[in-house]
Design a protein around this ligand. Structure first.
Ligand code: GCO
Length: 476
């Protein structure tokens, strides 16, 4: 089940561092784009997430997260894989950051594993976990790599899930204490913070469809978790701003450009508008002070049963930036079989087009459309593409990975980013998902998104051609 094919699901459900620095000079895939076209303050980076790369699932006092538990249930992840070891970034962060330095990548987006700092989610602190992120941050700074931290990338402490997780309103206090601790602890060294990663994904897939941790289902758990995540988003933003002087605070959204399957059919156009409200507006608009998009999606009215006085204010926050994460687009048609939404996705696989390893359509113009859409909100001051990338079935050939299809993908998306920028969209940075191949949630290790190849048996890293291409682009 592909989690970006969320609507189709609705229908069904009401190291060794091998790289020789000389290679960096020898292999140089060139780009038709120039980094300088984007301006000298444009932020170039790579993105990762704790559960997907760190491994060391129970090392040095770390508590379990919902993903530690979920991946150990039979049949939840392809081939029953899990993130126990992942890329062993916990042990290999120095080598990995050295590789990043060799590639001249100026910014590194990573997340903090909440249960590494607080094994029970609240209360008792784990000093070894606190120290780990100090070491990662310090190593970044030594190598002149700017750290960008995501506070929540889906790995809720299991102890909190046992108390109801995102369904328990107390989560806004647990989360705010966690944000307070992180920003007071690391805020002198780290200025760029993202509160949540893709709330629509962790709430929709984790609390409605049950395909992701914690595996809960149903419309009411979806609405309740949505409201609590929206509150946490606003409250978290305020905590970061209060604690970090000179902070650049944002939060990130998964977005797909959505169009009508049959453009001449009004029913499909309305279905597309509804899907757009669900996927692209649900978490953004409350933060901007516009409330939930209830006029486009009347079933959202039920969310009001979870409201308490003052919530509208709590949901709002004047974010310095919005993180836009884009991989594909969706074509949507009217469906009488999907209650409340009356819409369904026509999957790329059924449209006879070439797709990525994830089954997603390659549609570069979608990122341009989304940038224009986000920029049309007067409250949005700045946008970073906090994730864009692609999984293809990469293979090693005589010690190298010739991933020219990834280079082509990234170039074509970046050209659309530049097009939007030239038209005045305040897009000020771009992070590739991902720095290295890693654990792709319910899809396990098969989809490889990295610009660095990881052999998960030996933990050997190989810089892919796209890694060299990225270095050349950034420095051209
Ligand atoms: C996400 C995540 C990443 C994914 C990536 C590819 O937003 O879904 O941030 O964890 O691995 O998007 O699917």
């Amino acid at each position: 089940m592909q989690r970006r094919n969320f609507l189709s699901c609705l229908l069904a459900t009401t190291a060794g561092l091998v790289t020789n620095p000389n290679q960096l000079i020898g292999l140089a895939a060139t780009s038709t784009l120039k980094g300088s076209d984007f301006g000298k303050n444009f932020v170039w980076g790579v993105a990762t997430a704790a559960y997907q790369i760190e491994g060391a699932a129970s090392a040095d006092g770390k508590g379990p997260s919902i993903w530690d538990e979920f991946t150990h249930r039979k049949g939840k992840v392809k081939n029953n894989e899990n993130g126990d070891k992942a890329c062993e970034f916990y042990y290999r962060y120095k080598e990995d950051l050295e590789l990043m330095r060799l590639l001249g990548i100026p910014a590194f987006r990573f997340s903090i594993a909440w249960s590494r700092l607080f094994p029970e989610g609240i209360g008792r602190i784990n000093p070894a976990g606190v120290d780990f992120y100090h070491r990662v941050i310090d190593t970044c700074l030594e190598k002149e790599i700017t750290p960008w931290i995501t506070l929540y990338h889906w790995d809720l402490p299991l102890a909190l899930e046992k108390k109801g997780g995102w369904l328990n309103r107390e989560i806004i206090h647990w989360f705010s204490e966690y944000c307070d601790f992180c920003t007071k602890t690391y805020g002198d060294k780290v200025k760029n913070w993202m509160v949540l990663n893709e709330p629509m994904a962790f709430v929709g897939v984790g609390y409605f469809l049950g395909y992701h941790a914690p595996g809960r289902k149903g419309i009411f758990s979806f609405l309740k978790a949505t409201h609590h995540a929206t509150l946490a988003q606003g409250i978290g933003g305020k905590v970061v701003k209060a604690n970090v002087s000179g902070a650049n605070v944002g939060t990130t959204f998964s977005c797909s450009h959505i169009a009508a399957y049959r453009n001449d059919k009004e029913k499909d156009q309305i279905a597309a508008m509804r899907a757009d409200a669900l996927f692209n507006r649900l978490f953004l608009e409350p933060a901007l002070g516009l409330g939930y998009p209830i006029e486009s999606l009347p079933f959202l009215k039920y969310i009001e049963r979870y409201f308490q006085p003052g919530d509208e204010e709590k949901m709002k926050f004047d974010f310095d930036f919005v993180g836009l994460q884009n991989y594909t687009r969706e074509l949507v048609k009217y469906s009488p079989f999907v209650p409340m939404l009356w819409a369904k996705i026509v999957p790329a696989s059924k449209r006879g087009i070439r797709t990525t390893e994830m089954g997603w359509e390659i549609y570069p113009e979608g990122i341009y459309c989304l940038l224009k859409k986000f920029a049309s909100y007067p409250q949005v001051k700045k946008i970073y593409i906090t994730e864009n990338g692609v999984a293809f079935p990469d293979t090693v050939l005589l010690g190298e990975v010739y991933d020219y299809d990834r280079i082509e993908f990234l170039e074509s998306y970046l050209k659309q980013v530049l097009r939007a920028k030239r038209e005045g969209v305040p897009v000020e940075g771009y992070f590739i998902w991902s720095f290295m191949d890693n654990f792709e949630w319910a899809e396990g290790y098969k989809p490889r998104f990295g610009i660095v190849y990881v052999d998960f048996e030996t933990q050997k890293r190989i810089i892919k051609q796209s890694g060299y291409w990225y270095r050349n682009l950034i420095h051209s």
